[in-house]
Design a binder for this molecule. Structure first.
Ligand code: IPT
Length: 944
């Protein structure tokens, strides 16, 4: 019951072979049922009257049953290893021919991935059953197939099985034959399992290459002049494989009847002096956790999608991927070899839901239940054996979130027995007793720094403590990319860079796992937990990736690209400092251009001679000769690929540097005489509220401290109580405004307001000083807190309603994308344009978005020629939307947001950071603002 595979062949290495192969992907006959106990009446002959289904695929995404999203919880009663009677079941059948050319040998039916359990019949005979959804299951069907006749393969897949208990990853429950099914010819003398070992001795520059196989075979690598028998080892000068330069040597392993293609990468991973070292040099992971996901096909990915993932990672300066939380499709690993990504390959093992049953550890959890041991060790062995010829894999991971327990050691040992060339990782072995690297997840800056210094809290067991303290540390997950965020990537990166023990980490996670669906009106939207009628679910916690579901990069990914840039370009007094953040190779592949911009207009530009900066070194070069400028002037360098790379074309931007050369001129607004009800173009009501700006009727600006809460404000799994709770307690979402004074002076209107929530003594007192130079309208707004504030504000600024005719924005400040105080490095200062609709970022769960920070001025324009320019004496943040903050906060899908007849403009002195407390670290203390006296000086100029 704990071990569900029967009749399977021993595992063997995945490979590309010239032996016969028939892909059984495509359309299968399909019947959906509710019990795997139903009579297996479909295994003798191709059933008639059935529907059809696409293989690979999930039935829930092809009109049968429905997807279920839970993070940790089991959607079935927890009663190991039994499952409910109601058990969605997919019966699959198709005919196939055995090619006449397949003489002798064996015929194997291979399932690359079946979720979660299948029984298999060929021509009416039951040949076995499967286990481990994300690992292959092979069956010898030689004695069951009929050559020269039509054959029938019938498969019954159950959604729930014993496997489900140990496959409780944070993802959709999706079932079926979701990876390829193939029929393989295994001629006599063909190669079964085989191991290619390609070690690299960096000091000597020598590689050691050998192959082992279960039959006599020859290893041939023409480029290296290698032609040796399996079992022999050769030593020779080679170039190493790294994520930065994925040097592969193509070769073959050939027996008398089969030739296997090899992609050999020489490399050595080790822990040296407590540091993670590859090929003799320290490395740092700038990684991401990747689930296999497509919004229409779930975990059934086509090759193009896998390639898209790899290209997107490379183009965004990521260098590593943890295959959370199961072995990916083998093609993905092959792509990592080819394009260069370090990989942590993770076993298909998670039992997180037992935590909720009171068994985070102990025998109530499969990790500590001996009855599961054979199944778990077998999974580990199957992963290592399938994948150990892939150079990109540096570590094996035992699984995720299963807690500590007695089955961990045997799994780790099984890995070590099969492969001594890689390290063992497990995120839940906090004492590091069984692993080679100390790992944890979502630590805040303080705890991470302590680890960097090797000053973490000691374990009781001194020997174990010494063992762990000598290990490098990685964050297996950090910077939870749910919704708007993550903020704080820069602060994490600074710690990774400062402490050699820290070998970087893996952002959670790669893509929003939201499923394309339609609402009652037929509008498409990306659905999350609860959108598919689930009985229990975990809402939009599944939408926490760096990519939107359609693989559009989110602002978080754009920021990661900047923070992870391989070349850091900075000012060093009057020179340019170039620091390589690469671990292995120089920057000789990069070229650079510079530009000088005043008020966002290019005044000079040119190319920069980039020297090849060696890995982790610094080189300074001279600034180009620059013309004199007047006005706010910025110097920008953009480093690009000098020539085409396999993953991007020449000209692809890799790194940027930008600094300010000249400050803007300051201006004290002149004041003309004013008289009620007007101050220059502004007209006010009796309460001193702005009613119109020139011809524009406005909704009077009022003090605004609320933002549509972002996921990180909620802190689903944060370290501190959610900041949201404090905000709601203080009533910051329901502030009332009272006018206390309206004073018309000869050259100004001064209004004093008090903003406070019901049942609160805390208030913000605002002094609005309106003046004009005869052209525009100037506002000096001074906000003073009243009472003992202990809660940082979501934001401090104003909100103004404008006629809906405005359609476009042009601004000088950070852009072109959105930016927030702790996620703004990718947004360079410049002059940008966008439609108002284009300013919005469509987070799967609507929340504050689209802020453009450090804006000097923004001009809104309409198609009928109206324009409003807002400029700040100090930079400000702005958003412009066709809905209010409250409407944005109330929406549960972007399709809920319907444009109204106003454009709402928010202007901020500051805003609370993003952080990543939806799961993990709260906003860094430097990005929280307790109210203190703050002045915003803003000018409005109207035209048209
Ligand atoms: C961590 C899980 O490992 C991961 O699968 C995912 O659920 C992530 O959290 C949150 O999105 S576990 C966390 C609750 C500490």
């Amino acid at each position: 019951m704990f071990e569900t595979s029967r009749g399977t062949l021993p595992p063997r290495a995945w490979s590309r072979s010239d032996a016969g192969r028939v892909d059984l992907s495509g359309t299968w006959a399909f019947r959906y049922g509710d019990s795997p106990e139903a009579p297996a009446d479909f295994v003798e002959a191709l059933p008639e009257g059935w529907g059809e289904i696409k293989v690979p695929g999930h039935w829930q995404l092809q009109g049968h049953g429905a997807p279920i999203y839970t993070n940790q919880r089991y959607p079935i009663p927890v009663d190991v290893p039994r499952v409910p009677d109601e058990n969605p079941t997919g019966d699959y059948a198709r005919e196939f021919d055995v090619p006449a050319s397949w003489d002798g040998g064996r015929i194997v039916l291979r399932f690359e991935g079946v979720d979660s359990f299948a029984r298999v019949w060929v021509n009416g005979s039951e040949i076995g059953s499967t286990s481990a959804s994300r690992l292959p299951n092979e069956f010898d069907v030689t004695d069951h197939v009929r050559r020269g006749e039509r054959n029938l393969v019938a498969v019954r897949v159950a959604q729930w099985s014993a496997n489900s208990y140990i496959e409780d990853q944070d993802m959709w429950w999706l079932s079926g034959l979701f990876r390829e099914v193939t029929l393989l010819h295994r001629p006599d003398g063909s190669i079964g399992d085989h191991v290619i070992t390609a070690d690299f001795d960096a000091a000597a520059g020598l590689g050691t290459l050998s192959a082992t196989a279960d039959v006599p075979a020859r290893l041939v690598v023409p480029e290296l002049g290698v032609d040796v028998a399996a079992g022999e080892s050769v030593e020779l000068a080679v170039e190493p494989w790294s994520a930065e330069e994925p040097r592969l040597y193509r070769g073959t392993l050939a027996s008398e009847s089969e030739t296997i293609e090899l992609a050999i990468g020489f490399r050595r991973v080790e822990v040296a002096d407590g540091v993670l070292v590859v090929n003799g040099r320290p490395i740092q992971f700038r990684g991401v956790n990747r689930h296999e996901f497509h919004p229409e096909t779930g975990r059934a990915l086509d090759e193009q999608t896998m390639l898209d993932d790899v290209l997107l990672m490379k183009r965004h300066n990521l260098n590593a991927v943890r295959t959370s939380h199961y072995p990916p499709h083998p093609r993905f690993l092959e792509l990592c070899d080819e394009y260069g990504l370090w990989v942590i390959d993770e076993c298909d093992f998670e039992t997180h839901g037992f935590g909720g049953q009171g068994f985070s550890s102990g025998p109530g959890n499969p990790v500590d239940d001996e009855r599961w041991q054979p199944a778990l060790v077998e999974r580990m062995r199957r992963m290592v054996i399938r994948d150990r010829n892939r150079p990109s894999i540096l570590m094996w991971s035992l699984g995720n979130e299963c807690g500590p327990g007695r089955n961990i050691a045997p799994m780790a040992n099984a890995g070590r027995e099969l492969d001594t060339t890689r390290l063992i990782h497990y995120e839940r072995d906090f004492t590091s007793e069984h692993v080679d690297i100390h790992a944890n997840m979502y630590l805040d800056f303080h705890d991470l720094e302590a680890l960097g210094r090797r000053e973490e809290e000691a374990l009781d067991d001194a020997a174990l403590d010494a063992h762990r303290r000598a290990q490098p540390f990685i964050l297996s997950e950090y910077a939870h990319a749910m919704g708007n965020g993550p903020g704080g990537l820069t602060e994490y990166q600074e710690l990774f860079d400062r402490y050699p023990r820290l070998a970087g980490g893996f952002i959670w996670e790669w893509i929003d796992q939201a499923i394309l669906t339609t609402d009652a009106e037929g509008r498409e939207f990306y659905g999350y937990g609860g959108d598919f009628g689930e009985e229990i679910h975990d809402g939009h916690f599944v939408a926490d990736g760096l990519l939107f579901p359609d693989r559009t990069p989110s602002p978080g990914l754009i920021e990661a690209k900047k923070v992870f840039e391989p070349l850091r370009i900075e000012a060093a007094s009057d020179r340019i400092r170039l620091e390589s953040a690469r671990d292995a190779v120089t920057t000789r592949d990069l070229a650079a251009r510079w530009s000088l911009e005043t008020e966002g207009e290019v005044v000079a530009s040119g190319t920069l001679d980039l020297p090849p900066v060696p890995a982790r070194e610094v080189v300074e070069i001279a600034m180009p000769d620059l013309p004199e400028t007047a006005g706010e002037t910025w110097f920008t360098v953009r480093a690009v690929l000098a020539a085409d790379a396999p993953w991007a074309e020449a000209g692809h931007e890799v790194a940027t540097g930008q600094w300010q050369l000249t400050e803007p001129a300051t201006r004290e607004p002149a004041r003309v005489t004013v008289a009620e009800p007007a101050v220059g173009p502004g007209s006010f009501d009796g309460h001193g509220r702005l009613e119109s700006l020139g011809p524009l009727l406005v909704d009077a600006p009022h003090l605004d401290v609320w933002r549509a809460p972002i996921d990180n404000d909620h802190c689903f799994w944060g370290f501190e109580p959610p900041v949201m709770d404090a905000w709601l307690r203080e009533g910051l979402d329901r502030m009332h405004h009272r006018t206390d004074e309206v004073t018309w002076r000869g050259d100004s209107l001064e209004v004093v307001t008090r903003t406070a929530a019901a049942n609160s003594r805390l208030a913000l007192v605002s002094r609005w000083l309106w003046t004009s130079d005869g052209g525009g309208l100037d506002l000096a707004l001074t906000v003073t807190p009243e009472g003992e504030w202990t809660t940082p504000l979501p934001r401090l600024g104003i909100r103004l309603g404008l006629p809906g005719v405005f359609s476009d924005a042009e601004w000088f400040g950070r852009g072109p994308g959105e930016s927030y105080v702790d996620s703004h490095r990718a947004a360079l200062i410049g002059r940008y344009r966008s439609s108002i609709d284009g300013l919005q970022t469509p987070y799967v769960m609507p929340q504050d978005n689209g802020q453009r920070s450090e804006t000097r001025w923004v001009e809104l324009t309409s198609t009928d020629g109206a324009s409003l320019r807002v400029s700040g004496a100090e930079p400000f943040g702005f958003t412009a939307r066709r809905w209010t903050t409250e409407q944005l906060a109330a929406a549960t899908h972007p399709s809920d947001l319907v444009a109204g007849d106003r454009v709402w403009l928010t202007l901020d002195a500051y805003q609370y950071g993003l952080g990543s407390a939806s799961c993990g670290a709260a906003v860094h203390p430097k990005y929280r603002h307790l109210p203190e006296e703050t002045t915003m000086r803003i000018r409005f100029d109207v035209r048209g």
